[in-house]
Design a protein around this ligand. Structure first.
Ligand code: UDP
Ligand code: MG
Length: 155
């Protein structure tokens, strides 16, 4: 089976405020299969690499500091239309602008400390998933290894 995936992180803040369970429940109830998951903490270089696209933005330094400040949960989520559907479930980057009932509306503390990450495209989802998980760490709904389309074929 070929998975349609997105990648998420439950960020520091949401973890230390003990919202891991609430957030995973919302993810499951929205129909996402958790294809891979781990509890970890980002190093400075991992956080800087992950958010490299934002390296020239004024918030970059503070973002890296925040993202390395405590443990996070990283996961690959599988579902049809995963990227767009997950962005809808998490809501706007700024919790003040997020729709009621979204993960960020419920659990974000600020624009920076906004509870979760969600990939913004299929190709970034694939890159982010590959950055954290090997082939032997991701599983489909049947419990078999999750086969993904080759990264070179993802637009
Ligand atoms: N961020 C921030 N200040 C800003 C905009 C973004 O600290 O003014 C942080 C926030 O944690 C956000 C992350 O940088 O989730 C990445 O920003 P992006 O614009 O990619 O938002 P996202 O894709 O996470 O909604
Ligand atoms: Mg983004």
């Amino acid at each position: 089976m070929t998975g349609n995936i997105t990648f998420t992180m439950i960020k520091p803040g949401a973890v230390t405020n003990e919202h891991i369970g609430d957030i995973l429940k919302m993810i499951s109830e929205a129909g996402f299969w958790i294809a891979a998951m781990k509890y970890t903490k980002l190093s400075q270089s991992q956080a800087a690499y992950f958010y490299n696209v934002h390296k020239d933005r004024p918030f970059f330094e503070g973002l890296v500091e925040f993202m390395t400040s405590g443990p996070i949960v990283v996961a690959i989520l599988e579902k049809d239309n995963a990227v767009a559907d997950y962005r809808r479930l998490i809501g706007n980057t700024d919790p003040a602008k997020a729709e009621p009932g979204t993960i960020r509306k419920l659990f974000a503390e600020s624009v920076q400390r906004n509870a979760v990450h969600g990939s913004d495209s299929d190709s970034n989802a694939r890159k982010e998933a590959d950055f954290f998980f090997s082939k032997s760490e991701r599983f489909d709904r049947q419990g078999n290894f999750l086969e993904l389309v080759p990264a070179t074929e993802v637009q």
